[in-house]
Design a protein around this ligand. Structure first.
Ligand SMILES: [Zn+2]
Ligand SMILES: [Zn+2]
Length: 242
């Protein structure tokens, strides 16, 4: 299949290898999104209004903090906190001396509007939102390519399977996107591939644990040396760095 601009990220995800091509695609999007955030996009009013409202999740605060643009992070945090203060003050008028209006009073239901508001803030992230629409499109593209010809099928067969989360997403999307016979073919290729590779990784992690036993000290590490970060990615989709 001729490479189109929208098929490039999917092909690159598979070419990179490793335990999950979709994690490769996700981490690339994530890095681009963090770079974009700190590349002065926060100076644009419409973006800043959104970051003020949504804030970021733990992981993306952490990633942004590690980038060398502390001023950018500080500017976004400053106006995000301003927005949080203004919203909380609106939700808690009695704390501003405007007379108790029953907020936080016990016994009446539904008075605490603060906890749901905080839940909303904790659950929202500008970077996660930005990534998710692009990432969903990669799944659409994957199935578009899958139906088109055999090139992607070969790439899948030569891959090491997927992380659990993206394996699940593939199974769910396949249900929606493929007709009965194509779905059957997909399952026949992907499920054994996934199980074989989970078993392969189980053996690698076992070998890793054996290497802590002096009985095995002269046995070669083989592929087990980096089995731990690969296993963590396979199970949790989390990329851990040394
Ligand atoms: Zn993955
Ligand atoms: Zn996030």
């Amino acid at each position: 299949m001729k490479e189109q601009i929208y098929t490039i990220p999917v092909n690159e995800g598979f070419e990179e290898g490793g335990e999950c091509p979709f994690c490769n695609m996700y981490h690339k999007l994530e890095k681009d999104a963090v770079d974009y955030m700190l590349g002065a996009s926060y100076m644009e009013d419409d973006i800043r209004m959104e970051t003020n409202r949504l804030g970021f999740c733990k992981k993306h605060y952490d990633m942004m903090y590690k980038e060398q643009n502390r001023l950018g992070v500080a500017l976004m945090l400053h106006t995000h906190i301003q927005k949080l203060c203004a919203d909380l003050e609106k939700l808690c008028p009695e704390l501003k001396g405007e007379g108790k209006k029953g907020l936080f009073s016990k016994g009446s239901k539904g008075e605490d509007k603060v906890s749901p508001y905080i839940d909303g803030v904790l659950d929202s992230c500008y970077v996660c939102n930005k990534i998710s629409s692009d990432f969903d499109r990669y799944f659409d593209t994957f199935f578009f390519m899958w139906k088109k010809d055999n090139e992607l099928k070969e790439k899948v067969k030569n891959s090491k399977g997927f992380c659990l989360e993206h394996f699940k997403m593939l199974l769910e999307t396949a249900q929606k996107k493929l007709n009965a016979s194509a779905y059957e073919e997909f399952i026949d290729i992907v499920v054994p591939l996934q199980l074989e590779n989970m078993r392969r990784l189980e053996k690698e992690v076992e070998h890793f644990t054996n290497k802590f036993d002096h009985k095995y000290k002269d046995v070669d590490w083989g592929t087990a040396k980096d089995a731990l970060p690969r296993a963590i990615l396979k199970i949790s989709s989390q990329k851990v760095e040394d």
